[in-house]
Design a protein. Structure first.
Lengths: 297, 561
């Protein structure tokens, strides 16, 4: 039901679009929509942790706006004069807020992406480009935790004979630490020989390598992409009609908001909320079906 | 036509004086299950690597190898990759990718299979090997047994018709090892895949092998059915005889004229038959009596209701563990995987600090010791993986390094090192790189290193893992010598046979605590599953025969009367 059960390509298209628009839109309505959607979706995915993270971003936005307006003095609406005689303007302050909010929104989208896109999805997409590249990534993803684990093991063994990196005087500690680091490197080399033997033995050097995947591009993925692209098309139209344009310097000038603008706002909101809506709908349906199933029994 | 035919193969590694293989000629039929055995360094691995061109070592070579009647060198890489499967010793370094499903498909990807074929093959393998439940996992989360099974499955996905396995179970615990070997047996029986397996756990493979090839010093010493190999090894008083399954060893120890048993089941039948006409007057050996648990202050190591967990929210690993180890004894703790045995050892040497309870070393709380004091002349631990102890380029440097901070003249130190090296029988290995040693050799070199701490209390974590029976005897001798010098040995192990034979007391560890402690004879004769092969084989006749020697002794006594 969660978005991560969709095809990796769909995940990437979605996050590509929303992150690109979060970065580029500085029109306040679009910005607000993007911010609210990323906030809601990250909370839906990550729960309490996301709430804390997102709320912690708010004071940072304010701080950034103050900092920004302290250094940029464009605009015509003076608010105050600071102690060295520079003018603090409304335009600069708002502009600072907008930049801060954009950054916060991008961060929140990234936290959603982190929850949805696992390493195998990245490896899979690379595999579409080049099987060898994706294999290399996969090997790397295996090597790093393995070497860490080995270092931990060697460290523990050394500690059990009183030669750990945290035992003895400062000089001894440093020497012990160096020794452990050097043997971990030796071990890594040694174990890579084993790995390369096993790769050769299973025909790694043969030509015409393919990449296996456990993903299928289903009807479900297709319809999701259709809706996604539909929304994106409307949004694009909005962009071409200058609906996303706004000036902050020297004066805040916003294109007129007409009833038609509502359609563009709705399209953007739908686009951003699509995975969350699909997830909620799935959960509802699941609960209903289970209830129905229980009644029948 | 033979599947593999090796004709007069002689091989020398570059810059080596001795031939690694000399004049080896063997022939392996299709669908045969052949076990290759021999002490470490006898050329098993070298021979097996010659059966696949990409793995063949560099060096000087004469003779030829035929695969399916064709010279192996002329068989294409593609064909060799698919048709000859090779499983190596270390389950970990063989795995290439980070996900189980990806690893299963690795070989198929190399062969350039299309998605549809790969999906089917991978699904088939996952089912056959029972991988379904951990199909999506990271390989880092798997146990050693699962890893090795994954290696086997990913090779079987390519549908090879020959499977070469180089000591595949040496790094596994006995239960996982038996599981793995059963799977190999199943493949051989159900698919007719040719199996060539080298192994030191002959108990497990002898009953399933069609043929056994014994190697010594790069030569084929004997080649026959398991039963006749046993006979020959016994007749020649070979060192390898120590590796034979218990029923066989008891059979030869008693000196029977009946058919030689291979399994416990056959052993029971044979024993009944053998003693059919003998009246059993004495069914048990004299019992040395209960071991007395010493007071905590007199014990070498005492744990008093120790509780420990790794993380704040993690479950307890040690749940009120109490234990007291008398001075000057070999104390064994046995128990299943993941019960917390190794964690207990870590609390004894202060790597893990319990959040409740006391750990006493020589009657003094462990917190009262300074790290210097604790590890110099008091306590040292040999970890489960002895390799993790080495930090230098040669064994000798590793040993010298241990004494770097100890006061004393160079002469004294040298003497000390030589003494320990002699004790552990590593004199011949001093100039080798520790990573080049075999399992048994590594174990002894690591032991030597640990002994240079001059511990009065030695902690051993699975000391018999991955070493053959011959080296186990050596290890036991070393431990005996240490005990004679007044040292205490606390060992955790899976190895029931080893504990039964050499320990002074045995404890059963389960669910984070010690369940019971007793002498080996009492401990193992009470159990019916968790006990030695000798006991399982003889329990219908004798009461407390636990080791092979006990059974032989009781047979002798009863026959005399």
């Amino acid at each position: 039901m969660r978005f991560d059960s969709w095809h990796p390509a769909v995940n990437f298209i979605f996050f590509g679009i929303v992150i690109a628009s979060a970065i580029s839109f500085d029109q306040p309505v679009f910005l607000a929509i993007g911010y609210a959607c990323s906030f809601a979706y990250s909370v839906k995915l990550n729960g309490k942790r996301a709430v804390c993270f997102n709320l912690a971003l708010i004071p940072l936005i304010v701080l950034f706006a103050l900092f920004y307006s302290g250094y940029n003095h464009f605009g015509v609406t003076n608010l105050a004069v600071n102690f060295i005689g520079n003018q603090l303007t409304l335009e600069a302050l708002v502009s600072g807020f907008v930049i801060g909010t954009r950054a916060a929104s991008v961060l929140m989208w990234f936290s959603c992406m982190n929850a949805v896109v696992s390493s195998d999805k990245v490896v899979y997409l690379f595999g579409r480009v080049s099987p060898r590249l994706s294999l290399f990534l996969s090997i790397l993803l295996r090597m790093v935790p393995r070497v860490k684990e080995r270092a931990r093991k060697i460290g523990a063994a050394q500690r059990a004979i009183g030669r750990g990196a945290g035992q003895g005087g400062l000089l001894r500690r440093m020497r012990n630490g160096m020794r452990i680091a050097s043997i971990v490197i030796t071990w890594t080399m040694e174990s890579m020989i084993g790995t390369s033997d096993s790769m050769k033995s299973r025909g790694y050097t043969l030509r015409g390598r393919t990449a296996f995947s456990i993903y299928r591009f289903d009807y479900r993925d297709r319809s999701f992409v259709l809706v996604l692209f539909g929304c994106a098309a409307i949004l694009l139209m909005g962009i071409l009609l200058d609906q996303t344009c706004i000036l902050y310097d020297p004066e805040i000038i916003l294109n007129r908001i007409t009833p038609l603008s509502g359609i563009f706002y709705a399209a953007y909101a739908l686009l951003c909320l699509l995975p969350m809506l699909v997830q909620i709908m799935g959960e509802r349906r699941f609960a209903r079906q289970r209830k129905a199933g229980c009644e029948n029994v | 036509m033979a599947h593999f035919a090796v004709e007069d193969l002689t091989f020398t590694y570059p810059e080596a004086k001795k031939e690694a293989l000399s004049g080896v000629s063997i022939s392996i039929e299709k669908g045969e299950y052949v076990t290759l055995c021999g002490k470490s360094g006898s050329g098993k691995t070298t021979l097996m690597r010659h059966l696949k061109t990409v793995l063949t070592p560099h060096g000087k070579r004469t003779g030829r190898i035929l695969f399916d009647g064709q010279l192996l060198d002329t068989v294409s890489l593609r064909e060799q990759s698919a048709r000859i499967g090779y499983v190596m010793q270390d389950p970990d370094s063989q795995i290439v990718t980070d996900k189980v499903w990806h690893e299963l498909a690795f070989g198929l990807e190399s062969l350039g299979c299309d998605q549809k074929t790969m999906r089917l093959r991978v699904a088939e393998m996952a089912n056959y090997f029972g991988i379904g439940t951990w199909f999506h996992r990271n390989v880092a989360e798997l146990s050693g047994g699962q890893k090795q099974l994954l290696n086997l499955a990913s090779i079987m996905a390519m549908q090879p018709d020959a499977l070469i396995l180089d000591e595949p179970t040496s790094q596994l615990d006995p239960i996982a090892a038996a599981d793995f070997l059963n799977t190999v047996r199943k493949i051989n029986l159900e698919l007719g895949t040719t199996v060539i397996l080298s192994e030191h756990r002959l108990e497990e493979v002898f009953p399933s092998a069609d043929r056994v090839i014994v190697m010594e010093n790069g030569k084929v010493l004997a080649e026959d059915t398991p039963r006749r190999i046993g006979q020959r090894l016994h007749a020649e008083q070979s060192d390898m005889a120590a590796a034979l399954p218990s029923p066989m060893r008891i059979f030869y120890g008693v000196g029977s004229s009946l058919d030689c048993p291979l399994t416990v089941r056959e052993g029971r039948r044979w024993l009944s038959e053998e003693l059919k006409d003998t009246k059993i007057r004495q069914d048990s050996l004299p019992d040395p009596g209960e071991t007395e648990e010493p007071e905590a202050k007199d014990a070498a190591v005492a744990l008093k209701e120790v509780w420990f967990r790794y993380e704040k929210d993690a479950p307890d690993v040690l749940r009120g563990t109490s234990l007291s180890v008398p001075k000057g004894t070999l104390f064994a703790v046995v128990g299943g995987n993941g019960t917390g045995k190794s964690t207990m050892l870590k609390t004894v040497c202060g790597i893990c600090r319990p959040y409740r309870g006391k750990v006493m070393i020589d009657g003094k709380r462990i917190e009262k010791y300074k790290a210097e004091e604790l590890f110099r002349g008091n306590l040292a631990m040999l970890p489960q993986d002895p390799q993790s102890l080495f930090v230098k380029k040669t064994v000798e440097e590793d040993l010298v390094e241990m004494l770097a901070d100890v006061p004393g003249s160079i002469g004294e130190k040298e003497e000390l090192i030589n003494g320990v090296a002699r004790d552990c029988e590593v004199m011949g290995l001093l100039s080798s790189h520790p990573y080049d040693l075999s399992g048994g050799e590594q174990q002894r070199a690591a032991l030597a290193k640990v002994l240079l701490c001059r511990p009065r209390i030695l902690l051993l974590d699975e000391p018999t893992k991955g070493i053959d029976n011959f080296y186990k005897q050596k290890l036991a001798e070393i431990l005996d010598r240490l005990k004679a010098k007044g040292a205490t040995v606390l060992m955790v192990s899976h190895d029931v046979e080893f504990c039964a034979q050499y320990a002074d007391s045995v404890s059963m560890f389960f669910d984070g605590g010690v369940v019971t402690t007793n002498t080996p004879a009492r401990f193992f004769s009470q159990n019916s599953f968790y006990t030695t092969a000798a006991n399982r084989m003889s329990r219908h006749m004798f009461k407390n025969a636990v080791t092979n020697g006990d059974v032989i002794e009781l047979c002798r006594i009863n026959k005399q009367n």
